[in-house]
Design a protein. Structure first.
Length: 241
């Protein structure tokens, strides 16, 4: 599925919720992202909502909230939403959805980029979500091995890779396991390095280079909707493409 189609589907899912204030001129829609939504193609979501008749400032009031990868800020934003009581919340990434679930808000929530909503106890089942949460999902974990294959095809002769990943996103650990399983069958060594904030990124790359990694798979769901980068370490200069 193309990203635009995915976001359009998300907008369609949001439209299925009965707004508590349909009679009002401007339904209130809040978009909650655990990272930096302005660094993502968030405009596609606004375009999808516009096509459904929800245009910010004209037919709807749409608020975009980003926690910037900060758990404390995310908790504060959830409390803010609980006080403001918008008609619907669109939650992007697992941390955002889990924070809303923990707060036990009764506001309808439509989620995206949550790899295992059943396993995370967000919904009862995919066929019958129950409660006030619904959305679209995918399996991030099973894609880990496939992404390793793409990396091998793109850069020949790789024998050692680094996986730089944020534990802030629950699906990343499972993706790492998938990469390790695939790498073991190909004789590739995996160097795993967690990072927890932006300040830890530079040391993470330094550690990967010291470990002799020839390339890296980068997982960071704090900052992007679909943020996977293949990074090639130049052997001679020690810089990163």
């Amino acid at each position: 599925m193309q990203r635009r189609d995915f976001i359009t589907l998300l907008g369609g899912a949001a439209a299925t919720w009965p707004f508590a204030a349909r009679a009002q001129q401007r339904p209130r829609i809040s978009i909650l992202h655990s990272g930096f939504p302005r660094l993502t193609p968030i405009h596609l979501l606004f375009e999808a909502l516009d096509k459904l008749g929800y245009q910010d400032g004209r037919t709807a009031e749409i608020a975009l909230l980003g926690a910037e990868g900060n758990a404390g800020r995310l908790k504060a934003l959830v409390a803010q939403l609980g006080a403001q009581k918008p008609d619907v919340i669109i939650a992007i990434t697992s941390p955002a959805v889990l924070a809303l679930k923990e707060a036990r808000l009764t506001i309808p929530v439509v989620f995206a980029f949550v790899p295992d909503p059943v396993g995370l106890a967000i919904v009862e089942s995919l066929a019958h979500p129950g409660g006030n949460f619904t959305g679209v999902t995918y399996s991030e974990a099973v894609l880990g091995g496939k992404r390793l294959e793409l990396l091998i095809d793109a850069i020949s002769g790789i024998r050692r890779i680094a996986v730089l990943w944020s534990p802030f996103f629950p699906g990343n650990a499972a993706a790492l396991d998938s990469i390790r399983a695939s790498a073991s069958t190909r004789g590739i060594t995996v160097f795993s390095r967690e990072f927890r904030d932006l300040e830890d990124l530079a040391p993470a790359f330094d550690d990967a280079k010291r470990a002799g990694s020839q390339a890296a798979v980068f997982y960071d769901r704090q900052r992007d909707i679909s943020f996977l980068r293949f990074i090639h370490f130049r052997r001679r200069s020690g810089t990163v493409d």
